[in-house]
Design a protein around this ligand. Structure first.
Ligand code: DQA
Length: 147
């Protein structure tokens, strides 16, 4: 099983950026955690991060054309306004789970709206790094039982 984990803008700044909201751990720490989790679950996890909208659209297309079984995506700020990323998720039949480190429902009004979640299987928000593990588990369960 092959899962692509896509992170959007400023996720490369974890540890530096607003640690009171996003924690002290870095993007490199997130990659380490995902690597260990992939070994534990005996699956392939391929990470991708970009600060550029079109590159995220391209990554979603790549996940589809390269036969990935699922996508975990934290579109970051693009969540709240990217029709292009929302359309890309809708364009492919690769199941996609949206993750947010913070609880976007408990923050600014503009963060309460997700353009992308409506085209995902579901959304996990507010559990920090653990949310990525939850998203991977949700995809494994879905792929094994429903695909
Ligand atoms: C985020 C929440 C977004 O509102 C914000 O723009 C981010 C990170 C999160 O993981 O909590 O960059 O997606």
């Amino acid at each position: 099983m092959k899962i692509m984990v896509i992170n959007g803008p400023n996720i490369d700044m974890l540890g530096i950026r607003e640690p009171d909201i996003y924690g002290e751990n870095t993007y490199a720490n997130l990659l380490e955690m995902l690597k260990k989790y992939a070994e534990e679950k005996n699956i392939d996890i391929v990470p991708f991060q970009s600060n550029i909208e079109g590159e995220i659209v391209n990554a979603i297309h790549t996940a589809y054309f390269d036969g990935f079984d699922g996508i975990v995506i934290n579109p970051a700020a693009y969540t709240h306004y990217s029709i292009a990323i929302a359309d890309a998720i809708k364009a492919v039949d690769t199941p996609c789970v949206e993750v947010h480190l913070s609880n976007i429902s408990a923050r600014d009004e503009f963060r309460k709206i997700s353009y992308t979640a409506q085209n995902c299987v579901g959304q996990i928000a507010g559990f920090g790094f653990f949310g990525y593990k939850m998203a991977v588990d949700a995809l494994i369960d879905r792929i094994k039982n429903y695909e």
